[in-house]
Design a binder for this molecule. Structure first.
Ligand code: 28F
Length: 681
């Protein structure tokens, strides 16, 4: 702590003014939504954490104030305030110019990098008001801004002294600008979880969080207080227990206070991530430095068929992974295979475990400190610095060999998880290959597909119809040159519930996979190749009744799970066959097709019922071929709905809920949306 970091204010690189920040905030903080709002807090917090990483700050206070502003305070050295070459206090330069940050101080690991490194000047520009108080050299210096414009007068470029202090540190209070942000109410849950994560990554740091905002207390006020006969306050409404009542009262008066301090660091992090799961190994931890890159890692296996690996670089969560993760994975896979052969679990002739096999059940955090990291990817959270991979690999190899040599039982437990994964993977592969190979030949035996003559996929269409009768009339009505018909019998398998080998054993599914020709993708392997797709349009042409729509849902579930690209690339359509045929009795009356009830009701409003004949099509099989062609197959006249997934995640959740094995959510969803669905009259 005594080490005084040498710097000179001139080393602050001054790039440009703050105007562009207010005109295009999204460029600097990724948007103007609630995530971007919280990002303001993280920007300021990162600077305080940098001061901790430099070795000078041990505590940070984050407070959400009553007035909606946020205060971050640290007990570091205090921002420099002496004159910068521009004749201004260094603090003023740092707060009013973009990317002002000491390139000089690459002795420390700046958390800034990519999106993260925009620094406090961006927060200043996007805040209705901001104050900076610096305690250093026994004095407290003050500066203030409005929307990035200074409102404190400097004397000969220096900040006014507003007080004395034996401590040192920096305190910044800012109120996000409601002219910029859609919402200016911080989401405290996200902030608390980020503070907790920061505490896990920095075991010597203590972070205090306070939420003083009115409504935080107001929720409490809306509950009915009941003064118990023991004089204690409790909740009249939901009989909240006494301690909650006390906490609630504290929130009402003095706000919420939480302190994050995790002296067990990553070990505590992994323990928290594995809470409630059956662990299969002890915590495995190592930390070392290689080529100036600090590598810290902790992992533990649980009895579950999943893998959770979180990477950090200079305290930044690398959501999109990167070289530190690949370096770890490569080395780890080699190691586990080496030990599996040493122990004799893998024989000479056996293939190696895949990387995924060796990480089956692993929960892992890899946190590195790296100078001037390069980030790339959508949200600048993918580490691209090449030599981070080799640095991590060498620390991992050296430390784990040492550990595994002395803990062979743990290695055996890990290998047992790998064997389980390998077994399931092989079973799936077998199911898939024998499905594809057997079907290549026997496929034509069930000869259900009525192929078209053209072999140009860009022209061809395949209609998936329900049952052989519809298949028959569609087969007759279609244009053989470019329209193929695939009749499927009854309901196809509900793939959301079935395991992969059952899915691949289902005749209808096999026929579809083979007809399309592009293979399919599933968890372990991606053999999907859209360039091999035989048809430009895959058209679901089921009957317009409840059965038909159920089949549509099952088909879409199948496409979403095994061939999502078909949906994303717009190859999937739903045909819109007519529901009614109205034939006027008058001699020259022209028959008219109606595609929904609204059209029919409109017609019925304008025509006397005795003036026409009404036919309701119960199924496509009932339509004679010329009608079917005219209304549903002819590209010139038909109506098709293209299936698009706006939000894949929403679609999968809805699919999961509707087709998944749990009944509860499906029933709730259907009840909730029943009035939206056009229930057949
Ligand atoms: C509430 C947020 O921002 N704390 C900070 C420091 C300390 C120094 C510093 C910051 C020097 C040239 C970049 C002090 N003394 N909390 C914070 N504490 N920045 S931000 O220096 C800025 C660099 O430009 C500091 C000696 N060296 C560094």
């Amino acid at each position: 702590m005594a080490k005084t970091q040498s710097y000179n204010a001139d080393s602050i690189t001054v790039l440009e003014g703050l105007e562009p920040v207010r005109t295009r905030p999204g460029m600097y903080i990724g948007g103007v939504g609630i995530k971007a709002l919280n990002h303001l807090v993280y920007e300021i917090l990162d600077n305080a954490v940098d001061e901790h990483l430099a070795g000078y700050c041990t505590e940070i206070w984050v407070t959400l104030e009553k007035d909606g502003s946020c205060t971050v305070k640290d007990n570091g050295r205090g921002l420099p305030v002496d004159l910068h070459s521009k004749g201004l206090s260094a603090e003023r330069v740092i707060m009013t110019t973009l990317h002002a940050g000491g390139k000089f101080d690459n002795q420390a690991y700046k958390t800034s990098g990519g999106l993260h490194g925009v620094g406090s000047s961006v927060v200043n520009a996007l805040s209705k008001r901001m104050t900076v108080d610096v305690a250093r050299e026994g004095k407290v210096y003050h500066d203030s801004y409005q929307r990035g414009i200074p409102t404190t007068e400097l004397h000969n470029g220096l900040l006014p002294v507003v007080g004395k202090s034996r401590e040192t540190g920096t305190t910044i209070n800012f109120l996000p600008d409601d002219e910029i942000f859609e919402k200016t109410v911080f989401k405290s849950e996200w902030i608390k979880s980020r503070l907790h994560e920061t505490a896990y990554l920095n075991p010597e740091l203590t972070i205090h969080f306070s939420d003083m905002r009115e409504f935080a207390a107001a929720n409490v006020k809306t509950e009915a207080f009941v003064l118990g006969d023991d004089g204690q306050i409790s909740f009249g409404l939901d009989n909240t227990s006494k301690e909650n009542a006390e906490e609630a009262v504290e929130k009402a008066s003095g706000g919420e206070h939480v302190t994050f301090h995790e002296p067990d660091g990553l070990r505590a992090y992994i323990t928290a991530l594995n809470k409630g799961q059956t662990t299969v190994t002890p915590l495995i931890y190592f930390k070392d430095t290689c080529n100036d890159t600090e590598v810290e890692c902790c992992f533990q296996y649980v009895d579950a068929f999943e893998e959770n690996i979180h990477g950090f670089c200079n305290n930044i969560f690398t959501q999109e992974g990167g070289t530190h993760i690949t370096g770890f994975k490569t080395k780890y896979t080699q190691l586990i295979n080496f030990y599996a052969r040493q122990i004799g679990i893998l024989k000479e002739k056996d293939n190696n475990f895949t990387g995924a096999d060796t990480r089956n059940g692993m929960t892992c955090v890899i946190a590195i400190k790296y100078r001037d990291p390069i980030f790339e990817g959508q949200t600048k959270t993918k580490l691209a610095s090449a030599d981070a991979a080799s640095d991590v690999a060498s620390v991992t190899g050296e430390k784990l060999e040492h550990f595994f040599d002395r803990n062979i039982e743990t290695v055996k437990s890990i290998i047992a998880c790998a064997e389980k994964s390998a077994k399931i993977r092989k079973a799936e592969e077998k199911a898939k290959t024998n499905m594809l190979s057997k079907n290549k030949f026997s496929f034509d035996s069930n000869g259900k597909l009525k192929v078209c003559t053209s072999k140009d996929p860009s022209k061809c269409e395949i209609f998936i119809v329900e049952g052989d009768s519809a298949g028959g009339s569609a087969g007759t009505a279609r244009n053989r040159e470019f329209q193929a018909i695939l009749p499927i019998r009854g309901k196809i398998l509900n793939v959301e519930k079935a395991s992969i080998d059952k899915v691949l054993a289902n005749a209808e599914i096999k026929t579809m996979i083979n007809s399309f020709g592009c293979g399919f993708s599933e968890g372990y392997g991606n053999d999907f190749d859209i360039t091999k797709l035989n048809y430009n349009k895959i058209i679901l042409m089921t009957d317009a009744d409840v059965d038909g729509s159920h089949i549509d849902t099952l088909l879409l579930t199948f496409f979403y799970r095994f061939m999502p690209e078909l949906i994303y690339n717009g190859h999937i359509y739903v045909s819109m066959p007519p529901l009614y045929l109205v034939t006027p009795k008058a001699k020259n009356g022209k028959p008219q097709y109606m595609y929904n009830d609204r059209e029919l009701q409109k017609y019925q409003k304008d025509h006397d019922p005795s003036s026409y004949e009404l036919k309701r099509f119960k199924g496509l099989g009932e339509m004679d071929p010329p009608d079917l062609w005219a209304t549903t197959l002819d590209p010139e006249r038909r109506v098709l709905k293209r299936v698009e997934i706006e939000d894949a995640r929403l679609a999968s959740e809805v699919t999961e809920m509707l087709m998944g094995s749990e009944v509860g959510p499906r029933r709730d969803f259907i009840y909730a949306h029943a009035n939206e669905a056009e229930i057949d009259s």
